[in-house]
Design a binder for this molecule. Sequence first.
Ligand code: TXA
Ligand code: MG
Length: 315
Amino acid sequence: MENIYSNIYSFNKKVLKKTVKSLKQGNLAGLPTETVYGLAGNAYSKRAVRNIFRLKKRPKNNPLIIHYNNLKNARQDVSFNSDFFKLYKKFCPGPITFVLKRNKKSKLSPISTSNLKTVAIRFPSHKVIRSILKLTSFPLAMPSANFSTKLSPVSAYDVYDDFKENLKIIVDGGSSKIGIESTVVDLTGKPKILRPGIICSKEIKAILKKNLSNKKSKIKSPGMMKKHYSPGIPVIIGQKPKKIDHAYIVFGKKHKKNFNYFNLSQKADLKEAASNLYKIMRKIKKYGFKKIFVAKIPSSGPGKAINDRLIRASK
Ligand code: TXA
Ligand code: MG
């Protein structure tokens, strides 16, 4: 099939070179990761970082995650601590983001981190983003590649839906396996989960061998604000659909098949459910349903992240 999107590229050596060159010139690119697709730019470049905020219509006080391919590069920008090393060893590269203290000598554009004294860093595992990071001499500031408050993209085509031809390059790395954003854990004090993800608090607690903080922190950034992850139609939790143009998101075996029923995981697997969540919400919107109703989904493990996203989408 011919590719009708002039800016979506399948990954190969030539595209790798082209993408790295474009990033070096200060341009942005839509890139795949194992969690969701990101809108990437040189984190050391003021211009690139400014463009990320502008293109996403993202409030300036919502800091970006900075992506690295190894410890050596990350060490230039942040201070590590023992909690960090333990979690890094267990989960990286992978779907977890660490908030750490910023180094005084860091070259990160202060705009990328909203002038905070802390930086959120991540080591993604997707082979495309890793091979790009290996060839750049700078880390990549990379929020999810969607308009602020909307659903994160899980395919190159989802990125195109929001940004169209405004990006020169969107690299197609297949659909994002994990399907929701990384777990964000603040390690600057008593460890605290700021955004739940596939790696859940129980696993983190087990590695750190200590309790996590569950203090209700004052909102550290608008990313933690209530309205987020909106599919663009109303989302109603805990009720059944009432009309034929209402879709129903369900989970597990007990639900029958129906034209407007969308099962996150027939076999009641929460990881599978997370990976289907945004895909299914986007599909429902495209089919023209007017509202999304959601059945109860267990809140254990990755279920906590799923419910977090659904609750925010319903605001
Ligand atoms: O899976 C992911 O993390 C994806 C992929 C592309 O890597 N990225 C992503 O970025 O979800 P974004 O910008 O959509 O979400 C970043 C989150 C926001 O909630 C932001 O507020 C928080 O990380 N964050 C960034 N820096 C922070 C900091 N210094 N302190 C607290 N929160 C921070
Ligand atoms: Mg986002």
